[in-house]
Design a protein around this ligand. Sequence first.
Ligand code: COA
Length: 389
Amino acid sequence: MNVGIDKIGFFTPNYYVDMVDLAHARNDDPNKYLIGIGQTEQAVIPNTQDTVAMAANAAVQILDDDNRDKISLIILGTETGIDNSKSGAIYLQNLLGLSRHARAFEIKQACYGATAGIQMAKDFVNLHPDQQALVVGADVARYGVETPGEVTQGGGAVAMTIAANPEIMKLSKNSSVYSDDIMDFWRPMDRTEALVDGHYSNDIYQQFFVKTIHDYLETNDMQLTDLQALVFHLPYTKMGLKGLREILPEVDEAKQKSLLNEFEASRVYSKRVGNLYTGSLYLSLLSLLDNSTDLKVGDQIGIFSYGSGAQGEFYTGELQAGFKNPIRKANMEKMLDSRTRLSVSEYETMLNQWPKLDAGDYTLDVKNDKAEFTFNGVSESKRQYQSKN
Ligand code: COA
């Protein structure tokens, strides 16, 4: 049976900072950010959009009369969850009006959580082909003003439905995984900003990529040339390029050129949004689907997921008849193009307005937030959300 990604939707809030502006403010050469890091714009997340609100804003785009009643598994992959106990998936179920007869829970393993959710959802749908799963990767990537990680911040959510006979992509039965206890990126319980050993993380990412892709190709009796394109977890887009360059010497010049072209298509959106943590890989998949001009039905796409700490997984997907969707692409471009460009000082103010962990009860002003779902503050230690519809 064919099981895979049936629909995919994305949300990022209405603000960004231009990376040339940020480079000037930090007395850096803009080309370090544009070429060395591979980012042109970075999403700035207002305090009225948290992981749950962004997840709901992404998911609502892919729910319809057909799939709404079939969804009986709701998984939120996140490493910036909003509660130490209750999962964001339960809030999501309620905000989206999904069936109460569903399993709803959250998965954490750094940027790998959404992939864990997809794999679990795939197995679930294989057993229950009449049902569907909603898997969302949502995060706010924060390192802080004037930190080395500042150029790799961002935020947003990618939502996917996993179904039998999917419109977009059939997922491979097998995958290759590799994990090890690595301190490359973590966020202690008392912090809202992550700690990262960025250069070490780069090295581990590349090692895990090479190990898992080679293992996958060998155990599934495939060649690199069988893959039309590769998509990567993109905390910043240069990181995926570094991974790709590790394996390019294994194919001839024409294939190298083709893989590099597809990679450019896969990083169009991430360049403009920055890091989404769990959603980053799937934003690069969405970018590939929307921006590649060479893909066709039946093509095999290699998918590399990485979550610091660290877990790697490589699997593949086969494009299905509905993988191109001009309306989805137009909406995506509209969302990105209509954002407000903040000055660096406005961005710093917004970043520093993020609620402290011990902020207690507070009410946020949501009138400037045009998104359908907003986070409105905390009352009696309970988070408050609002749907504008
Ligand atoms: N023009 C073009 N490229 C330039 C340049 C210029 N003027 N100046 C520097 N560069 C290049 C460097 O050569 C380097 O390229 P390379 O990675 O291919 O070697 C790149 O820009 C970055 O420069 P570097 O000096 O390494 O930057 P940095 O020490 O500020 O660190 C990160 C960059 C990405 C490591 C840092 O921002 C970070 O730790 N981010 C967090 C990453 C993360 O989230 N990891 C975990 C999740 S998987």
